[in-house]
Design a protein around this ligand. Structure first.
Ligand code: UT7
Length: 328
């Protein structure tokens, strides 16, 4: 039996209007544009401002534009997965809120959380549904309002993150293009380096947890940095080797946008020239679950049918992975 592959048939993002520049951050914490630019590559990031606006609002805007672009109605969508670490509420799933806001009423939706690797995990999960032949139109959204969990008095983390959403539509491929293979891994012992201390069942919110500022991202930058480079490059090379792909065969590397130095080191280890590595961290910072689909959206016009694309991510947990797509 021939395998039905899932093709990405549309991609679209949504960026909040407010631009938080390095210069504005200089007024907020003890930092400089020079430090942020040289240590992270980030110049500015977007922030979702406005009362009552949450991750689902950005996700809904991305999905509305996605469906419009593909020319399909909300009622044609079979399934929607949202990957996020900043759900609107602990429950229900932000995916359901996005579906509701978009008018997707004939589908089922749920969230996935694998920290910064969430989007690629959700993408492969969704592609498996398409491969069964039962689902024709599946939406995957990566969305995060990181500003809701970032401590703007902590210079180590507040300069890195931004808010955004981006979505892709998966449909059965009518040729050999589509999501072709993947490799994923995780190691729970790494949680110590990157997590949020309170707000879960381990430490429900109390006045004490708020006073101790435990509802924000806690990160030990250096161990995360080392892990990121080793795992993104390692898992991508493993995926390429097992599919007999050389660096020359790969048209684009799409790395999670966490730090420009991590992106460059990963590309170097993989033998990928910088012009084949997607980068937009300078404009948007680390938007967690949105970075990879935002890159695809940004570079969409340069992509050609049949291009071999390697997506790779790592994140808190620890989680990591790589996905091979033949662009449709
Ligand atoms: O997707 C989520 C996963 N997260 C990541 O990928 C983050 C990975 N880690 C990183 O990107 C980097 O480790 C950071 C950007 C977080 C930090 O960069 P670094 O080059 O590893 O800096 P460092 O932590 O070694 O700190 C070097 C110095 C320290 O000062 P001292 O102790 O040498 O005097 C820090 O206090 O830089 C200082 N520093 C800053 N200085 C100015 C830390 N943050 C800042 C800042 N502005 N914003």
């Amino acid at each position: 039996m021939t395998r039905i592959k899932a093709a990405i048939t549309a991609v679209h993002g949504h960026l909040p209007d407010y631009i938080l520049t390095n210069q504005e951050l200089e007024q907020m914490v003890d930092t400089t544009d020079e430090w942020i630019s040289t240590r992270t590559g980030i110049k500015e990031r977007r922030i979702l401002k406005g009362k009552g606006l949450a991750t689902s609002d950005m996700g809904a805007e991305a999905v509305k534009a996605l469906l419009e672009k593909r020319g399909i109605g909300a009622d044609e969508v079979d399934m929607l997965i949202c990957s996020t670490v900043t759900p609107d509420m602990k429950f229900p799933a932000t995916a359901n809120l996005i579906s509701h806001k978009v008018g997707i009423n004939n589908a089922f939706s749920y969230d996935m959380n694998a920290a910064c690797s969430g989007f690629i995990y959700a993408l492969v999960t969704a592609s498996n549904f398409v491969e069964t032949g039962k689902y024709q139109k599946v939406v995957v959204v990566g969305a995060d309002k990181m500003s809701s969990i970032v401590d703007y008095s902590d210079r180590q983390t507040c300069v890195i993150f931004g808010d955004a959403a981006a979505a892709v539509l998966l449909e059965p491929s009518d040729d050999d293009t589509g999501i072709t293979d993947h490799r994923f891994g995780s190691d729970g012992s790494g949680y110590v380096h990157l997590h949020m201390k309170a707000g879960g069942s381990l430490k429900p919110p109390t006045y004490d947890t708020i006073d101790a500022r435990e509802h924000y991202v806690y990160q030990e930058g250096q161990p995360v940095f080392k892990f990121a480079v080793t795992k993104m490059a390692g898992v991508s090379l493993e995926l390429m080797e097992s599919n007999n792909l050389q660096a020359d065969d790969v048209a684009w590397l799409v790395p999670h946008q966490a730090n420009m130095r991590i992106i460059e080191a990963t590309g170097r280890r993989m033998g990928m020239p910088s012009e084949k590595v997607m980068v937009n961290i300078d404009k948007f910072g680390n938007t967690t679950n949105a970075t990879i689909p935002l890159c695809l959206w940004d570079y969409e016009k340069k992509l050609k049918k049949g291009d071999n694309i390697i997506l790779t991510a790592f994140g808190g947990g620890f989680t990591w992975g790589a996905v091979w797509i033949k662009w449709s």
